[in-house]
Design a protein around this ligand. Structure first.
Ligand code: UN1
Length: 497
């Protein structure tokens, strides 16, 4: 069976009749074959979305919300099946896969509720017998391009707000996780979403994404993925004045002060650094630790890291799954070599796991003696590698945390309320945690980062609607005469001249 693209309400093969395989990173088996879209399919999908926009835009938002609510229900019914597929296609351990799907369920219900909100506002106007209001309008056809690391949650952050606001969508999931992309869209079809409102096309390589981004009928693009691709998309879209939302790299840090709750910090560091095999945008890849607590913390981390069990995420004995593919694993190993050459010391890990066998595993790795300018302290590795940096004070910790091209998530462990509030104010990231690691954002709050992590937009929460809506200011003058704003106002205040 070949998983097909979904264009204008029909499941179709790629225009060229080609397919590509989706591989399980735990054992390198084929999970499924997928129709490969061509540029002609991009045209067909965008045209279908443009046609569907005509009536979807006018469908009352509460009705749109009812469909999204049904999507949420179906996702709930299908949670276990989708989670199993997610682990097979992407590799994260099954518990985390369930969390990935749950995040989409949460988003479905949140955005379904927006169908009865989508709040605009009114404000007083400066002239009599006149009314003013600001309303949210949809933008049109949106392109949604997503990565493989959260193959259900991240698309949900984009597709649900886009649809509730009245836009139509062409969705291109990562070629590493096309089956999840397709199965996610199938849920919308079954929930009764009209044909053409959500289309999915799958393809490896850049040609199809590029054609989608450049298509003149695509008015907004929401992208999560690498900084390199995101920056190229922004440059392309800039030429046509398209709206672009980017969520890219991170180099997130946990700070542990001497007075921290020790056991809690250990658990949180392990989870943030090695959960999802370090392949979260929010993963912790720098540990900034105050000198007093550093020796004991390192010892505990080494001991616990050594005990982590690698394997297929479907097995109950697995703590850490594989990297997404061979290239990702090799890149992690290359960074370990770079760190060593820079003078950092491997405390534990630092090797490919099960080399010669099937699957793309890497030993969870701790680097000690890392200095902030080193590449392993500055560049996103996107794997199970944690760099430990010692500091003397909170001030120094904050400055190391902020000395980064990225700014997604940060965290501090302290029992001191003054230190906690100082950190909340000064940690320059889009997300800050106190006494929790760097991962685990909830969908009702804005998600995104500062500096090179993004381009100022946020996903999730009400903030997630901004990218997918255009403000329209409407003035109604019911005075029956010409009243000039900013000019006749003066006469009202001062009386007739
Ligand atoms: C991501 O890695 O792109 O906050 C998303 C978290 C998850 C989402 C991560 N809720 O870690």
């Amino acid at each position: 069976m070949v998983y097909q693209n979904y264009i204008g309400g029909k499941w179709v093969d790629g225009a060229g009749g080609h397919t590509f395989a989706s591989i399980n990173p735990a054992n390198e088996e084929v999970v499924g074959d997928v129709a490969q879209a061509e540029v002609a399919d991009v045209d067909a999908a965008v045209e279908a979305a443009a046609r569907a926009y005509v009536s979807w835009r006018l469908t009352p938002a509460p009705r749109r919300g009812e469909i999204l609510y049904r999507v949420g229900q179906l996702l709930k019914d299908r949670k276990e099946a989708l989670s199993q597929l997610l682990t097979r296609e992407m590799g994260k351990v099954i518990d985390e896969a369930r969390g990935d799907v749950q995040e989409a369920i949460d988003m479905a219900f949140f955005m379904a509720g927006e169908g009865r909100r989508l709040l605009g506002y009114t404000a007083p106007v400066e002239l009599p017998n006149k009314f003013g209001m600001a309303v949210r309008e949809p933008i049109g056809v949106c392109a949604i391009i997503t990565p493989w690391n959260f193959p259900v949650a991240v698309p949900s952050w984009k597709i649900f707000p886009a649809l509730i606001a009245g836009n139509t969508v062409v969705y291109k999931p990562s070629p590493e996780t096309p089956l999840l992309g397709i199965e996610f869209v199938r849920v919308f079809q079954e929930a009764g979403l009209p044909a053409g409102v959500l289309n999915v096309i799958t393809a490896p390589g850049v040609a199809v994404s590029q054609a989608l981004v450049r298509h003149l009928k695509v008015r907004a693009i929401s992208f999560t993925g690498s900084t390199k691709t995101g920056t190229a998309i922004a440059a392309d879209a800039g030429k046509y004045n398209k709206r672009v939302s980017l969520e890219m790299g991170g180099k997130n840090a946990i700070t542990v002060l001497d007075d921290a709750n020790f056991d809690l910090a250990v658990e949180a560091i392990l989870w943030s650094a090695f959960g999802t095999t370090g392949q979260r945008c929010t993963a912790c890849s720098r540990l900034i630790v105050q000198k007093g607590i550093a020796p004991a913390l390192k010892e505990a981390l080494v001991e616990r890291t050594r005990r982590l069990r690698l394997g297929d995420g479907l097995l109950p004995t697995t703590d850490v799954g594989p990297l997404i593919n061979r290239a990702a694993r090799d890149r992690v190993h290359e960074y370990v070599g770079i760190g060593k050459a820079e003078g950092a010391r491997v405390l534990v890990g630092g090797k490919i796991y099960g080399e010669g066998g099937k699957g793309f595993y890497y030993e969870p790795t701790l680097f000690d003696g890392v200095a902030p300018p080193m590449r392993v302290s500055q560049e996103e590795i996107f794997g199970p590698v944690l760099s430990i940096i010692e500091v003397g004070s909170l001030e120094e910790a904050v400055s190391v945390n902020n000395d980064s091209a990225y700014g997604l998530s940060s965290s501090i462990f302290t029992e001191n309320v003054n230190a906690a509030f100082t950190a909340m104010r000064d940690l320059a990231t889009g997300i800050v945690y106190v006494n929790h690691g760097t991962t685990g954002a909830e969908i009702q709050f804005p998600f995104g980062g500062v500096r090179g992590t993004g381009n100022g937009h946020r996903e999730a929460g009400q903030a997630g609607l901004e990218v997918f809506t255009e403000w329209k200011a409407i003035y109604v003058d019911y005075s029956g005469r010409l009243q000039r704003a900013q000019i006749d106002t003066d006469k009202l205040v001062n009386g007739p001249a």
